[in-house]
Each structure stands twice: as structure tokens, then as C-alpha cells.
Design a protein around this ligand. Sequence first.
Ligand code: SF4
Length: 270
Amino acid sequence: MNTLNQTLNVVEHFFSIQGEGSFCGTPSYFIRMGICPLRCFFCDSKFTWKKRNEEWSLESLYNAVLKNKCKHVVITGGEPFYRENYDQLVKMASFFARDFIVTIETTGIYDPEQIYMNTLFDNLNKFEKDILDYSLEDDIDEMDNIYFSISPKLNIEAYSECNNKVDISTVYEFYNLRKFSKKMKKFNYKYYYKFVYSSEMMDSIESFLNKYVPDRLLHDNIFIMPETFLVDSDRTNRKNKEEAAEFCKRMGVRYSPRIHVDIWGLQRGK
Ligand code: SF4
């Protein structure tokens, strides 16, 4: 079947403002893929957990993006890297990166079981090779336009598909930035890490940063983003934001707001 006409595993797509990370504040078109193999307690997109094949082809998505004044496409999830999404991700990213800046929001996990055997580095290397193999035009290097927003999940309960065999050091090793830092430099910091902060997660994030982030690596590509509680009061959210800001000052990393949540709350498609 022609790639342009294939039905994609897309849950929703919409035009909004990127509220988080490096492109915070940038008008962006969001394409949200279905399915995630993890189960984070703070997940604000649980509706993605099951597969949804909506009637969207690459061509119709492309036309939808073109109707808006934006040069930035965000492929998010769910988990775009998950094995059931992976081939579609390669095609989508390659296709859009010819004309747009593309950010892929991911945990980098292809298969939860693989967390024992592999590293994030290997998965991203494979992705680059696959993008090159798939490249539609010889004179364009799609990787030049692709950014990765990597969100390590350091809460062990999220890995329930691994039959509770995963321990936290295995997860830390998967996200080991010491192994990854040369690669990050090569790509001019087009990879950044984003941690969802809550007081429950503080110790895990801190010990990860202390153990696995090399001192020489600038911390300006590490973002701390306060968890926003869905049904709680403004006062709790404010407290969480203040704690996240204090954490950033103490650890020398960057604070990321969630502009879309501040403006629209947790409405879908905003
Ligand atoms: S990895 Fe993301 S989509 Fe998956 S459960 Fe965690 S927060 Fe939700």
C-alpha cells in the first residue's frame, strides 16, 4: 500500500503551543500516537494506552498541518518508539522532517523487556539508521531536523509489563547519560531529558542526576517539569511548582513550565 495512504495509529492531532522543554511557547502541530507499554501513576494521557487506528493517513495529516502557521511538529504518545508504533514513527518523522522541525517525545523504549539488554543509545542509533534507509530524497538529511525530548520514567511501578523483575538500577542504566553524552554533543544537544517532578519522585531524580549525568555535561539540556495534579487545588500545584524550582536551583538544571496546562488545564486537543 502507498505509504501516504496507510492508516496510522494516531489517537488525536491538533494545533497548539508547545508547553514544555526546549521549544516551549512555539506554535506546534501535535500528532499523538496510541499505545504505551508503561504505566506511570502520573500519566495524563491514559486514553492513549490502548491501540487506536483512526482514519488518518500520512497525507491527510500533512494537509492538516499545512493549514496552520507552524513549522514545528511534535510526535508524542503514548509511546512513539514502542515496537507496534516504530515503523509508522520512522515514516512519519522522515516525511515531516523534510519540511518541518520535528520533536519526538519519548521514553526511548522499544520493548519493556529490552530494558535488560539494551540501552537507549542503541535504540536511537537504530532509529537514525532506519531514517537514513527510509529517506525519501537523497539531498535531505532528515535527522538534521529531528529533536528528541526524552522523558526517563524512574518510577519502578511503571514497568509492570516486566513482571516486576526490573529494579531501579536497571532503569537508571538504560538512561545512563554518561554513555550518551558524546552522542548528545555530536548532535549539538538535539536530545534533551525531561523529568516529571513531584515530591515522590525527587529522590529518584536526584540520585539519577548525581550518578549518571557526567559533571562536564552542561545541565541546560535537562529539564524538570512539575507534575500538575488533575483534580487538586491551585495551592497544591503552586507548591509543587515552587518545590520543582528549588530543586532546579539546587541541582543546576532547567525548570520547564507546562504552558498548555496553565492556559487550558487538561482539556484534550489543546
Ligand atoms: S510513558 Fe508517558 S504515556 Fe506512557 S504511561 Fe508514562 S506518562 Fe503515560
